[in-house]
Design a binder for this molecule. Structure first.
Ligand code: ADP
Length: 680
C-alpha cells in the first residue's frame, strides 16, 4: 500500500497491469465502515477534482460525503463495497450518480459514474483491500438520456400522433354519423314541416269547409277571443267586441238559455264532465236568419288542481242540417201515417244474416201473434207450396243481384191457418259506412182484391160461355138468311146482313178472348207443340193478312228456314194479335213491317209500325191483364186489354220472351222470341 503512493510503484510488476488497465483507480482498505483511501491514480484525481493529499489516509465517505448512499438502497456504494467483502467477488455499479464540487467553477456538478469494486484477499483469504475503479460516464449517460429523451419524446409524439390519429378517425366517424343524423333530421324536419304545413292547411280547409267559428276563453284572466265567423253567427261584425257572455246569452233562444248556461257550468266541472262541452242551440236575432241552429263543441282545460283555466272550442252552423232533419222526421212521420192508414206491414231483412224484423202488421198477415217470434224460415214455410221456391228465388235475387222485388203469393196463417193473399214489394238498401245492406219493404193484404178478381173471372167466363151458344146459332141464322136474301136479289138487306155478320164475328173474337183468359187463369189452356219452319208459318199468316187488309202497307220481310217446336195455332194467334194491334193503333196507309231473324239460338219475330207509340211508363204494364193505355189516341179504339196478356202467356209457355220498344208519336216494335231447334 505504501508503494502505491510511491511513483516508483508503477513499475511494480504486480500492479502494473492493474493500473495500466484501470488508470482511474483508488485503493481502499476494507475497514468497515471507514474504507480508508490508501492509493489513488492521477486520472482518478482529475476526475474528482481533488489533490492526492486530500484523499490519502482519509475515509472514503468523509471525503465524498453522501456517496455511501442510503444503506437500504441496494445499489448504494456502501452496499456494493459490503457485498464485495461478503462475496469476495467483483461487484459492479453500472451507473452511480454523485455530485462533485468543481473548484474552478466553484459549484457542484452532477456526474454519473461507473464503479468496479474488486476485493483483494490477504493470506488467510480475508478481504484486505478493495480496488475501486471509477469511470466518469456522465457524457455517455447524458447522451443516453438525450437519446432516451428524444426517443421518449418521439414515442410520445408517436403516441400522441396515433392518439390524435385515432381521435381524428373517431371525430371523422362521429362527424359522419352526425352528418347522417343531420341529414335524417333534415329530411324528417322536411317531412314534418310538410306534414305540419299540410295539417295546418287541412285544419284551415276543414275549418273553412265546416264553416267553423272559434272561441277561446281565458278563465283565469277573464279574457275572451272569438273569431269573425263566430261573431257573424251571433250577428256581430268582426270589429264588434262587446261582453261576449252577455251577447251570447242575450241572443240565445229563450228556451235554450238555461240549458246552455248549465252546459257551460258543467263543462267547467272536471268531476262531472271532464271538461267536455257539446251542445246544440238556437241563436235568434242574428239578423240574417230568423233562427240559426248552431252546434258548439268545446273543451275546458284544467290545471293540476282541477281548476278550469281555459275553455276553447268551435261553433258550427247546423241550420240546414236541422231543417233537413226536421223535414226528414216530418216525412218519416208522414210515411208512417201512410203505412198505417194503408194498413201496410213493413219488414227489414239483414242481407248477411237473413234475420228479419217484421212489423206487428206483417206478423198478423202471416198469422203470428204479437209475442211470437217470426223468423224468415218459418215465414217462408207459411207460403203456399207452389209459390215458395219462387219467393225464395226472388228474395235471393233482390239481395244478391239487387233485382226488383214485387211478389204476390198466398200465405197460410201460422196460428189461425187462414188463407191470405199478400203482396210484398221491397228493395235492397246498401249499407252506409260498412254497415250490412238491408233488404226492406212493405207487405199488404190483397186477399180481397184477389177474391174480387176471381169473382170477375168467374163472371166473365160464365157470361162468355152463356153468350157463346146463342151467338153461334145467331151467326148461322144470319148466314142462311143472307144467302136467301142474296138469291132474292135484295142487295140492301143482304148488305145489312153482311155487316151484321162482321159485327157478330168481332163479338165472337171478343168472347173467345174472354174464354181464353178464363182458361188461362184456370190453367186450362192446352199447348200442343209440333215442329214447324217459321218461314212456312209466317207465309201462311202473310197470305191471310194481305188478303184481308187494304188499309195499311203491310210488308213481310223474307224469312229464312228456321225450325221451332211450337203450337202453330197459338203462335199464329200471337202474330195476328201484334199485326191487328199495329193496324188498330196506327194511321191509315202507314207502313207495317213483319220480320223474323235468328238471334242467339232464338227466332226473333217483330212487328214494326208507325203508329201512336207507347210511353215508357205504360210499356212495362201493357202485357198485364185488362191493361189499356189511357189517352186521346186510344179512347176511340175498341178493346179490352187482354190480347197482349194472352200473347205473353202463350210465348212464355214456349220458353220465349216478349216485349216492346217504342217511342211515343213515332211508332212501336212488338217482338217475341222462340227457341230454335235442329232441322228435323
Ligand atoms: P186491346 O188492344 O184490346 O186494348 P191489347 O192487350 O192488345 O188490348 O193491348 C193493350 C194496350 O196496348 C192497348 O190498349 C193499346 O193502348 C196498347 N197497344 C197495343 N199495341 C199497340 C201498338 N202497336 N201501338 C200503340 N199502342 C199499342
Amino acid at each position: 500500500v505504501e508503494q502505491i503512493n510511491n511513483p516508483s510503484f508503477f513499475s511494480s510488476k504486480d500492479f502494473h497491469v492493474f493500473f495500466k488497465n484501470s488508470p482511474r483507480s483508488l485503493v481502499l482498505s476494507a475497514d468497515v465502515p471507514r474504507f480508508t483511501m490508501l492509493a489513488v491514480s492521477d486520472t482518478y484525481l482529475n476526475q474528482v477534482h481533488k489533490e492526492r493529499q486530500e484523499l490519502i489516509g482519509r475515509g472514503l465517505f468523509e471525503v465524498f460525503p453522501g456517496s455511501e448512499g442510503d444503506p437500504d438502497e441496494k445499489g448504494s456504494v456502501l452496499n456494493a463495497l459490503l457485498e464485495a467483502i461478503r462475496t469476495k467477488a467483483i461487484v459492479f455499479q453500472p451507473v452511480f450518480k454523485y455530485e462533485i464540487y468543481n473548484t474552478e467553477k466553484g459549484d457542484y456538478e452532477t456526474h454519473y459514474w461507473h464503479n468496479r469494486h474488486e476485493p483483494i484477499l490477504d493470506e488467510e483469504g480475508n478481504v484486505a483491500y478493495i480496488i475501486n475503479t471509477t469511470t466518469n460516464i456522465t457524457d455517455r449517460v447524458r447522451l443516453e438520456q438525450a437519446v432516451e429523451d428524444s426517443q421518449k419524446r418521439e414515442q410520445a409524439l408517436n403516441d400522441e400522433l396515433a392518439a390524435s390519429n385515432q381521435e381524428l378517425t373517431e371525430i371523422n366517424e362521429r362527424l359522419g354519423a352526425a352528418n347522417d343524423e343531420l341529414q335524417t333530421t333534415n329530411k324528417e324536419l322536411n317531412i314534418s314541416n310538410k306534414a305540419l304545413q299540410t295539417a295546418v292547411e287541412q285544419l284551415s280547409a276543414a275549418r273553412e269547409a265546416a264553416q267553423l267559428g272559434l272561441f277561446d276563453w281565458d278563465l283565469v284572466n277573464h279574457t275572451y277571443a272569438w273569431d269573425a265567423r263566430f261573431k257573424r253567427m251571433f250577428g256581430l261584425s268582426a270589429e264588434d267586441n262587446p261582453d261576449h257572455y252577455q251577447v251570447m246569452v242575450g241572443r240565445l233562444h229563450p228556451d235554450d238559455r238555461e240549458r246552455v248556461k248549465k252546459a257551460v257550468l258543467d263543462a267547467r266541472n272536471y268531476e262531472l264532465t271532464g271538461g267536455r262541452y257539446d251542445i246544440e242551440y238556437r241563436i235568434v236575432g242574428a239578423g240574417d236568419v230568423p233562427v240559426r241552429w248552431a252546434r258548439a263543441l268545446g273543451k275546458v282545460i284544467f290545471d293540476n288542481n282541477a281548476s278550469p283555466v281555459r275553455f276553447i272550442g268551435t261553433l258550427m252552423d247546423i241550420t240546414d242540417q236541422v231543417l233537413i232533419r226536421q223535414q226528414l222526421e216530418a216525412s218519416q212521420e208522414r210515411l208512417r201515417l201512410a203505412i198505417e192508414s194503408a194498413n201496410l206491414g213493413t219488414w227489414f231483412i239483414n242481407a248477411k244474416t237473413r234475420e228479419i224484423i217484421p212489423s206487428p202488421r206483417v206478423k198478423e198477415m202471416f198469422g203470428f201473434e204479437a209475442d211470437d217470434k217470426m223468423t224468415l224460415a218459418v215465414a217462408i214455410d207459411q207460403i203456399a207450396e207452389d209459390y215458395r221456391s219462387m219467393v225464395v228465388d226472388a228474395i235471393n235475387g233482390a239481395i244478391e243481384k239487387g233485382e226488383s222485388y214485387d211478389i204476390a203469393c198466398p200465405v197460410v196463417g201460422f196460428r189461425d191457418g187462414k188463407l191470405r193473399w199478400v203482396r210484398a214489394t221491397g228493395k235492397l238498401y246498401p249499407g252506409v259506412n260498412d254497415e250490412t245492406p238491408v233488404f226492406s219493404g212493405t207487405l199488404s193484404d190483397i186477399t180481397e182484391q184477389k177474391q174480387n178478381e176471381q169473382r170477375k173471372n168467374d163472371f166473365i167466363s160464365m157470361v162468355s160461355h152463356e153468350l157463346k151458344t146463342p151467338l153461334t146459332s145467331t151467326i148461322s141464322y144470319i148466314q142462311v138468311a143472307k144467302k136467301k136474301i142474296s138469291a132474292s136479289g135484295d142487295q140492301v138487306t143482304a148488305g145489312m146482313l153482311e155487316r151484321a155478320g162482321i159485327q157478330l164475328g168481332k163479338m165472337t173474337k171478343l168472347i173467345n178472348g174472354f174464354l181464353n183468359v178464363a182458361r188461362l187463369e184456370a190453367g186450362k189452356i192446352h199447348i200442343d207443340k209440333k215442329q214447324f219452319d217459321m218461314a212456312v208459318l209466317i207465309k201462311e199468316v202473310e197470305e191471310s193478312v194481305v188478303a184481308e187488309s187494304t188499309s195499311h202497307r203491310i210488308i213481310f220481310e223474307p224469312v229464312e228456314e228456321t225450325w221451332v217446336n211450337v203450337d202453330k195455332d197459338k203462335i199464329e194467334q200471337v202474330l195476328n194479335n201484334f199485326i191487328s194491334n199495329a193496324i188498330k193503333y196506327s194511321p191509315l196507309h202507314t207502313l207495317i213491317q213483319i220480320a223474323c231473324a235468328t238471334k242467339g239460338g232464338y227466332a226473333h219475330v217483330s212487328v214494326k209500325d208507325e203508329g201512336l207509340g207507347i210511353r215508357p211508363q205504360d210499356q212495362e204494364k201493357l202485357f198485364d191483364r185488362f191493361y189499356r193505355v189511357e189517352g186521346q189516341g186510344t179512347k176511340s179504339i175498341a178493346g179490352f186489354g187482354i190480347g197482349l196478356y194472352i200473347c205473353k202467356e202463350i210465348v212464355e209457355r214456349h220458353e220465349g220472351m216478349i216485349g216492346v220498344s217504342s217511342e211515343p208519336g213515332k211508332g212501336s216494335t212488338f217482338w217475341f222470341t222462340l227457341p230454335i231447334i235442329q232441322k228435323p
